[in-house]
Write a protein that binds this ligand. Structure first.
Ligand SMILES: NC(=O)c1ccc[n+]([C@@H]2O[C@H](COP(=O)([O-])OP(=O)(O)OC[C@H]3O[C@@H](n4cnc5c(N)ncnc54)[C@H](O)[C@@H]3O)[C@@H](O)[C@H]2O)c1
Length: 263
C-alpha cells in the first residue's frame, strides 16, 4: 500500500480521471474526500469506493464554496495530506473571434482560478505540518498548441507555471506540487467531444506514437506514484501521460496505418 493512512481531497472526482484516481488512492490505503460540483455524483462515488470515504459538493471557482469543502474535509478527517486539483470542463471549440468573453472567463475561472483557490486554501495546513502533496491537472493542450481551445489551453499552461511557482514557494516547507498532462483519455468528457464530432478518435490514434487513447487508470497510476513517498524528491514538474503525443514532431502519422488495420 503506497498511501496507507493518507487523507486525500480530489476535486471533480464524481467522474472520469478524478474518480479513477479516487479508486486507486482508496486501493492504496488512503481515505478520500470526493468533491464535485454535482453533489449527488460526489456522494455516489464516495459510497461506491467504501464506507470510510466522503463526498462533498462545491464549485472550485467560488472562494466561499472552496472554504466550505476544505473545512468539511478537515472536520471529517483532521488534515489533508494529498490534494488533486482535477475539476474541469472542456472548451467549446468555437473559433476565437466568435467566442463570447463569458466563455473565456468561465474556463479560466474553473481551471486556473479553481486550482489557485483550492491550493491556497489547503496549503496552510500542509505548511504547518511540513508535509503535503498537490497534483494539478495540466493537459497536452497546456504544452502544445491546439486551435480553437484558446481559454482551455491558456488555463492549462497557466496551471503548468503555477505548479512550478508553488513548488518553489512551498518547497522549503516540504510541500510538493506537481502536475500531470494527460493526452486523450477515454472519459465522459472525451466521449462528449467525440459524440459532438469535435474530436476524431481514429485521427488521434494516428497522431499518437502508442496508437491508442488512454484509459483513466493510466492517469490514476501516475497520480499514485506522484502522491507516494516514492516521488519524495520530485516537485515542480508536469509529467506527460499521453502515449508519446507531445513527443511526436515528424510530419507523418505517428502510428502506421498497417498497424491500425491490424488492430
Ligand atoms: N479526459 C482527457 O482526455 C483529459 C485530457 C487532458 C486533461 N484533462 C483534464 O482532466 C480533468 C478531468 O477531466 P475528465 O476527462 O475526467 O472530465 P469529466 O467531465 O469526466 O470529469 C470532470 C468532473 O469535474 C466536475 N466539475 C466541473 N466543474 C467543476 C467545478 N467548477 N467544481 C467542481 N467540480 C467540477 C464535473 O462535474 C465532472 O464530474 C480536467 O481538468 C480536464 O481538463 C482531461
Amino acid at each position: 500500500m503506497e498511501l496507507a493512512g493518507k487523507i486525500a481531497l480530489i476535486t471533480g472526482a464524481g467522474s472520469g480521471l478524478g474518480l479513477a484516481t479516487a479508486r486507486a488512492f482508496a486501493r492504496e490505503g488512503a481515505t478520500v474526500m470526493i468533491n464535485d460540483i454535482r453533489p449527488e455524483a460526489a456522494h455516489a462515488a464516495a459510497a461506491e469506493i467504501g464506507p470510510k470515504h466522503r463526498g462533498t459538493g462545491g464549485d472550485v471557482s467560488k472562494e466561499a464554496e472552496v472554504a466550505k469543502m476544505v473545512d468539511e474535509t478537515l472536520k471529517a478527517f483532521g488534515r489533508i495530506d494529498i490534494l488533486v486539483n482535477n475539476a474541469g470542463v472542456p472548451d467549446s471549440f468555437v473559433p476565437t473571434v466568435d467566442q463570447p468573453l463569458s466563455h473565456w472567463q468561465r474556463l479560466i475561472d474553473i481551471h486556473l482560478t479553481g486550482t489557485y483557490l483550492v491550493s491556497k486554501t489547503v496549503a496552510p495546513g500542509m505548511i504547518a505540518r511540513k508535509s503535503g502533496v498537490m497534483i494539478n491537472l495540466n493537459s497536452i493542450a497546456g504544452v502544445i498548441g491546439l486551435p480553437v481551445r484558446t481559454a482551455y489551453s491558456a488555463a492549462k499552461a497557466g496551471i503548468g507555471m503555477m505548479t512550478r511557482v508553488l513548488a518553489c514557494e512551498w518547497g522549503p516547507h516540504q510541500v510538493r506540487v506537481n502536475a500531470i498532462a494527460p493526452g486523450y483519455i477515454m472519459t465522459p468528457l472525451t466521449q462528449g467531444l467525440i459524440d459532438a464530432g469535435r474530436i476524431d478518435p481514429m485521427r488521434i490514434r494516428r497522431r499518437t506514437p502508442m496508437g491508442k487513447l488512454g484509459v483513466p487508470e493510466d492517469i490514476a497510476e501516475a497520480m499514485v506514484f506522484l502522491a507516494s513517498d516514492r516521488a519524495k524528491f520530485i516537485t515542480g514538474i508536469t509529467v506527460p501521460v499521453d502515449g508519446g503525443y507531445c513527443s511526436w514532431g515528424a510530419p507523418s502519422d505517428a502510428f502506421p496505418d498497417e498497424m491500425m488495420q491490424a488492430d
